[in-house]
Design a protein around this ligand. Structure first.
Ligand code: FEO
Length: 384
């Protein structure tokens, strides 16, 4: 129960291997759905395809013999929309509520029966359920174009679609920020401007409870979550420290990275995170790339390019609108080291990137010269 009239009817998924086809979710995933009980009954979103029967049974339990009047579709990504058809077959009298784009996508994905009642709403429009008045807050590109969120003016509950969601099923206890950050940066990270726009709208509302489509219902200390979203969407520095992301073929680049980490720690750097891009979860590394204000990238020249995992890592940063950071570069090459130049070029279109004056070139293995350059790099990072 979320309030007297709002009930949870979502499901936990522990069968999933990769969320959205790419993110590992060791603690599973929750697909949240809610029922608002009033003179009219509204169901907020459906759940992933595999859980249609469980979801309908959850709804049946809370409506106690009544029939839902509305299915409000806030987001058309299939983890939330896959059972729309099942719902309309079970409750043919119900009206599906969405916007123009929602229904366009619904027809593309599911070819919903043309006899199903559709109510097309506009941004700011209200829907009266009796005691509860809902208003729709459009949030285009957070992170799909049709996304809309819903504010229950009566209970002061904000149904936030994917925003404020996280990886992880609800029957597993874990820290919110870690998996919410990995989720946000991975899935929504590119759309900081749109999230900023949403936050401005949210600031106008008196919100007591946030009901996202993934992760726990948030009812305490909402400032904490709003503050995280403010930092993430403005590409701000969330934690002081340095991320050193590297690839290493024979261990020589790794030795350089370990030396830099040691020097930073000796100089009192508040946090040094070292990430082996070939072995660690890429989404976790990308998340840290956004979390810290300073990053060092260390890789080898490879096939006239850079080592594949570093290439992927930088692509993941750049395509998410990477900005406002300080970057240091370390390259290793035995005959024609060009990795630093290539890495620098990959950030060409990023805004507010400050490259360190010191870059490091290793020829095969650490030498006195390269060790000296690492010392200089550590000093420069500390001075920034
Ligand atoms: Fe949870 Fe964007 O789907």
């Amino acid at each position: 129960m979320i309030t007297n009239d709002i009930k949870y009817v979502g499901v936990n998924d522990h069968e999933i291997d990769l969320f959205e086809g790419q993110y590992i979710v060791p603690n599973g995933m929750a697909y949240n759905s809610y029922v608002i009980l009033d003179e009219k009954i509204a169901v907020m979103d459906s759940v992933d395809e595999k859980f249609g029967t469980e979801w309908l049974a959850n709804i049946e339990k809370v409506v106690e013999g009544r029939t839902p009047d509305y299915l409000i579709v806030q987001h058309m990504e299939p983890d939330h929309s896959a059972n729309i058809r099942l719902f309309t077959e079970k409750y043919p009298e119900a009206t599906v509520v969405g916007n123009m784009q929602t229904f366009r996508m619904m027809d593309q994905f599911y070819q919903v029966d043309e006899n199903v009642k559709r109510q097309i709403v506009k941004n700011g429009e209200e829907l009266n359920l009796g005691k509860h008045v809902l208003s729709f807050v459009f949030a285009p590109m957070v992170h799909w174009p049709e996304v809309m969120m819903t504010y229950d003016q009566t209970d002061k509950v904000f149904f936030s679609a994917d925003a404020f969601g996280k990886f992880g099923a609800l029957d597993v206890q874990e820290d919110w920020a870690c998996e919410a950050r990995r989720y946000y940066i991975g899935i929504v990270g590119k759309y900081g401007a749109q999230v900023q726009n949403l936050l401005k709208q949210v600031a106008e509302l008196n919100i007591q409870v946030i009901c996202p489509l993934h992760g726990p219902i948030l009812s305490e200390n909402l400032e904490y979550y709003l503050d995280k979203y403010q930092i993430w969407s403005s590409y701000g520095v969330e934690s002081e420290g340095v991320l050193i992301a590297y690839t290493s073929v024979y261990g020589n680049t790794k030795k350089a990275v370990e030396l830099l980490a040691k020097k930073l720690e000796e100089k009192g750097c508040p946090k040094v995170v070292v990430a082996d891009l070939a072995r660690e979860d890429m989404a976790e590394c990308v998340e840290d790339g956004f979390r810290y204000g300073k990053i060092v990238l260390a890789t080898t020249t490879y096939n006239g390019e850079i080592f594949p995992f570093m290439k992927t890592f930088i692509d993941c940063l750049v395509e998410r609108n990477y900005q406002n950071k300080t970057i240091g570069l370390i390259e290793n090459g035995t005959w024609a080291p060009t990795a630093n130049k290539i890495m620098l070029g990959m950030f060409e279109k990023c805004k507010n990137i400050d490259f360190l004056n010191t870059s490091v070139t290793i020829k095969s293995a650490l030498s006195d010269d390269s060790m000296e350059a690492i010392e200089k790099m550590a000093e420069e990072l500390m001075a920034k």
